[in-house]
Design a protein around this ligand. Structure first.
Ligand code: FES
Ligand SMILES: [Fe+2]
Length: 352
């Protein structure tokens, strides 16, 4: 198991930003999955993503201008459309024709679904269809036009693997998430038993009923059931169904590079009145996620010394699955074969 760095997986859709961060006629530059990306939203509302490096002399295109249709480089004014193709070189005079269509900064498949901007990071020129994933996953119970009611993002100073382990780690909560409103410390550990089954690109904790004393879920109307899915490239989707309302939470891990990661949390809730609690809810989400962020910073101090790390049964079985699913996926890509999920149905037991 690697300590500080992790291989960046290509050939999948990644959450790049919430749609609301990109207004019409604006651009947003980020490094994602090790690539320099310039996202933009045209005046008519469509999103796009091009490679943020000018093919003329390499300056990032984010320093230029976006007029709502094309991006103009700040250095010599070359202009690029939303597919990353050059459409104007201002210095050219008569007789100096060039085939501008052959000059490209490159672009990435980019779509907006459910209020999120997703970008597909291909392996050497492959399209989403060729990779077998023409669309990013849809959040259950909400239609494609419905945006999240709540969103936060925190940068984590760690590799994608260590951020992902936090998503599927059932026994850290009692020690790390010790806010009065969540857990009251590690004194009340209870035996747990959950059933798991393989699902596309990962596995799911199969749908089960939540205990009636769970106040947060009581809002949705008891009985409440939940299903939690974990999938590449670092998504945790929790779908909660109550008798009155439904809620879906997504934690999406998007690597910036091998040692830095963006962790997004989104919530869709069918109860419209919950928007009134947005500041409180997002504050609680941030407090909770920040506890995870701080612990990986502390962990980094130890990982620098390259310890041999341990994954134990059954508390860390899902972390093992994560490594297996990831390795199998990368190997299938290298062999040019379809991904075959290595996970088998299983019941895991632990105390938390
Ligand atoms: S470097 Fe971009 S136009 Fe010259
Ligand atoms: Fe956590």
């Amino acid at each position: 198991m690697q300590g500080l760095t992790a291989e960046l997986i290509k050939g999948l859709w990644y959450v790049a930003a919430p749609g609301r961060d990109l207004k019409p006629g604006k651009t947003l530059a980020k490094t994602l999955v090790g690539e320099p990306v310039l996202m933009g939203r045209s005046k008519t509302g469509e999103v796009f993503a091009i490679r943020d490096v000018c093919p003329h002399r390499g300056i990032p295109l984010r320093y230029g201008q976006f007029d709502g249709e094309t991006v103009q480089c700040c250095y010599h004014g070359w202009r690029f459309d939303q597919t990353g193709t050059c459409v104007e070189i201002p210095s050219l005079r008569e007789g100096q024709q060039m085939d501008l269509g052959k000059i490209r900064c490159g672009s990435y498949p980019c779509v907006e679904r459910q209020g999120m901007i997703w970008i597909f990071f291909p392996r050497a020129g492959e399209t989403p269809a060729e990779a077998g994933y023409p669309e990013p996953p849809l959040m259950p119970d909400f239609d494609v036009a419905t945006g999240p009611r709540f969103h936060i993002m925190l940068p984590f100073h760690c590799s994608m693997d260590h951020a992902a382990f936090g998503l599927m780690d059932p026994t850290h909560a009692a020690y790390v998430h010790t806010s009065w409103w969540f857990k009251k410390g590690a004194k009340k550990l209870r035996p747990k038993e959950k059933h798991f089954a393989p699902s596309e690109l990962g596995w799911s904790m199969v749908r089960h009923e939540l205990p009636p004393q769970n106040i947060a879920y009581k809002i949705l109307g008891t009985p409440v059931t939940t299903e939690i899915s974990y999938m590449l490239p670092g998504l945790r989707i929790e779908n909660i169904r109550g008798s009155k309302y439904q809620a879906t939470g997504l934690t999406a891990i998007t690597p910036v590079n091998e040692g830095e990661t963006e962790v997004h949390q989104f919530f869709w809730v069918s109860a419209g009145w919950m928007s009134a609690f947005k500041p409180i809810f997002e504050h609680l989400m941030r407090t909770f996620l920040d506890q995870d962020r701080v612990v990986v910073i502390q962990q980094r101090e130890g990982l620098i010394h390259k310890p041999n790390l341990m994954l134990i049964n059954d508390a860390d079985t899902q972390a093992r699955w994560w490594m297996r699913v990831k390795d199998t996926f990368v190997k299938a890509q290298a062999d040019g074969k379809p991904f075959e999920n290595p996970i088998q149905p299983m019941t895991l037991r632990w105390r938390s």
